[in-house]
Every structure is written in C-alpha cells, then in structure tokens.
Design a protein around this ligand. Structure first.
Ligand code: ADP
Length: 234
C-alpha cells in the first residue's frame, strides 16, 4: 500500500541519517578513548586518586559505543551482516548466559532450560548471540522483583521447512496490547533512560534475514513469551 511505501521510504531516510551521525560520533569517541589511556599512563601512581572518575568516563564511553554500534546495525543491516554458518542453538544460549550473569546477580531470577533441539540453525553466530541476548536482557529487565527466565528449544518444521524454535519467556511485568503493537518499531522503548528501542527491531531484522520469524505473546502482570523460529538451511 501507499502508506507502507511512505513508511519504508521514511525508514530508509532515517537509516541514512542515522548511519551518517553514527559514523561522525565514532571519531570523537576514538579520540576520547585514546586520551583516557594516555591519562591513565601519565597519572601513574596518582591513578588511584582519579580511578573512579576515569572508570566512570570509560564505562559511559563504552555505552555510547554500544549505542552507536546498534544504530549502525539498525541503519545498515546488510553492511554489518556476518557470514552465516550452522550452530547448535543450545550451545549459543550457553555462550550467552555468562554475558548476562552480572545482570542476574543482583536479582532473584531462576533460570530454567529445556534443550531438546537436535538440529542446527543457519545464522551468523555473533548475530544469533545478539538476538538471544536482546531477548534475555529484556526478560531480565521485565522481572525487577524476580521470577523465572525459561529458555526452550525444539525441532520444528514450518511449511515443510526444517528448523528450530527457540522460546525465551519470563514471568515479569508483561505488556499491554498497545505496547505489543509497537515493540518492533525502531526507537520504541518504555525504558526512559536505559533503552534505545532498537533491540527488538534489530532482532526482527536479523531473524527475518535468515528466513525465520519472531512471535510474541504477553499478558500484563503475568509475563511474556518470545518465540523465534530459524530454518536449518538457507
Ligand atoms: P529497549 O529494550 O531498549 O527498550 P527493545 O526494542 O528491546 O528496546 O524493546 C522495546 C520495548 O518492548 C521495551 O522498552 C519494553 O517496553 C518492551 N519489552 C520487550 N521485551 C519485553 C519483555 N520481556 N517484557 C516486557 N516488556 C518487554
């Protein structure tokens, strides 16, 4: 439809501008990071005095870097596409868990796994990891008061195409129908300070590029279930 056409043109324009801005931000960030290292060396013994401040600057520069990477990936998904090969989804999930351990530490969240998939999925490993981490981090954010984070995998065919389903669910805050309708929109976030609103948009792009899909079911106050399906072959 015309509306969809205008929307996709708008998104393309946003993508161009975003990519340009992100590239521009990369240079000053590199200079700040380089000079932080120099400062550390120059301070030598005095480094202890300023270590908290330097660490804070370092962390925040890191955060800017992550946002810029997300923006670039959102704006130019094909340019940042990695080479796809086959992976056991449960192995990749196992790789992700250490990366979110620091988020789990302060919470009362129980992690439950049900790994039954025997097939491999075709996807770039880093991208698959990113998809899973996006969903896992969202699930953790949804359970500030604790709960259960469940990760299941099983072999599944879709229209005679062999693949694997991966379910990531939480017993967290859930979402209203209005929120569900917008979660895959770029820059849509309900996390005022912490969120970029790009996680699910990128996740959807990466999954559908492999011929897969992503579905969500959620009940406010009860929890959310995200299910991605990925084919075994191209
Ligand atoms: P961000 O996490 O930066 O906000 P996302 O694109 O990953 O961006 O998510 C968009 C929004 O979808 C979130 O701000 C949140 O409102 C909602 N959301 C995503 N996952 C969940 C979840 N598991 N439970 C409740 N809400 C969620």
């Amino acid at each position: 439809t015309t509306k969809q056409l205008i929307m996709s043109e708008k998104l393309a324009a946003i993508g161009e501008i975003t990519a340009g801005v992100a590239h521009e931000i990369n240079n000053p960030i590199a200079v700040i990071q380089g000079n932080l290292e120099v400062l550390r060396m120059l301070l030598g013994d005095h480094a202890k005095v300023a270590s908290t401040e330097i660490r804070l600057i370092d962390e925040q520069v890191d955060r800017i870097n992550q946002i810029v990477m997300k923006l670039l990936q959102f704006a130019k998904p094909d340019e940042y596409a990695g080479y796809a090969d086959r992976h056991a989804p449960d192995e990749v999930i196992s790789d992700c868990l250490p990366l979110v351990r620091h988020l789990l530490r302060k919470t009362d969240i129980e992690v439950v796994r049900e790994a039954t998939a025997s097939r491999l999925v075709l996807m770039n490993r880093t991208e698959l990891q990113q998809v899973l981490i996006n969903l896992i981090v969202n699930a953790i954010h949804a359970m500030p008061g604790g709960g259960t984070l469940t990760m299941k995998t099983w072999d599944m065919n879709k229209e005679d195409v062999a693949g694997v389903s991966i379910e990531i669910s939480d017993t967290g805050v859930g979402m209203s129908a209005d929120v569900i309708a917008r979660i895959f929109d770029p820059f849509y976030t309900t996390k005022s300070r912490q969120g970029t609103g790009l996680g699910l948009s990128i996740t959807q792009t990466l999954v559908s590029r492999q011929g897969g899909d992503i579905k969500v079911e959620s009940i406010e106050g009860t929890g959310t279930v995200f299910t991605i399906w990925l084919p075994e072959n191209a």
